[in-house]
Write a protein that binds this ligand. Sequence first.
Ligand code: DX5
Ligand code: ZN
Length: 213
Amino acid sequence: MQVAPSILSADFGHLARDVEAICEGGCDLVHVDVMDGHFVPNLTIGPVVVEAVAKVATKPLDIHLMVENNSFFVDLFAPLKPAYISFHSEEEKHPHRLIQKIRALGIKPAIVLNPHTPPEAIEYLLADLDMVLLMSVNPGFGGQAFIPSVIDKAKRLKTLIMKHNPACLIEVDGGVNDVNVKQLSEAGVDVVVAGSFVYKHPDGIKVAIASLR
Ligand code: DX5
Ligand code: ZN
C-alpha cells in the first residue's frame, strides 16, 4: 500500500517541519488539499504556500483540487511539477480535455469521485487516467468518519480498471486508519491518503505510516 499523508492535518505554524516529518517518516506522496471556498465549504492554500511545501518535500506532490475553475488552478500549480493533479468529476464539464491538458504539462492526471458518484460515470475516461481518487468522506475537512460504501465502490472500480487500463491506480481519501486500510487493500486500493491518522498518531508519524503500509 502506498501512503500519501495529507498536510491538511499538519501544524501550519510549523509546516516545513511537518512536511519533512512525513517525508522522513517514509511516505510515498505528499497529499496537498487545495480548497477554494466555493466547490467545498472550506478554504486552504494556494501556490505561494504549496511552493514552500515543494521546496522542502523530498517526495512527490499529489495535489487534490477541490475548486471551481479547475483549468485555472492547473495552470497555477503546474510550475511546481507535482507528480499528480486530481480534479473532481462533479465539477468539470470537459474532464477528457482537462486530462489531456494535465498530461501535456508532464503531470499525471487523476480524477476524484465524491461519495455519491458511481465509478461507471468515469468508465470512458479510465484509459486516459493514471489514478482515480475515491472520496471516503465528503470533501472539505479532515478528521471526518470513513464512509464504508467506498469499499464496494473500489471493487466495482477495480473491475472497470482491469477492463480498460490495468495500470491506473486507485486512491482513497478520508477517514483512513489502520483498521479500514485492510479492507481497502483487499478491494484493490493502491494508495491511501491519511491526515489525522498520520499527524495525530500517539506513537508518531513513522509508526503511523508503517502501520498503513
Ligand atoms: C478532505 C481531504 C482529505 C483530508 C483527509 O477534503 O481531501 O485529504 O484531509 O483527512 P483525514 O485523514 O483526517 O480524513
Ligand atoms: Zn484530499
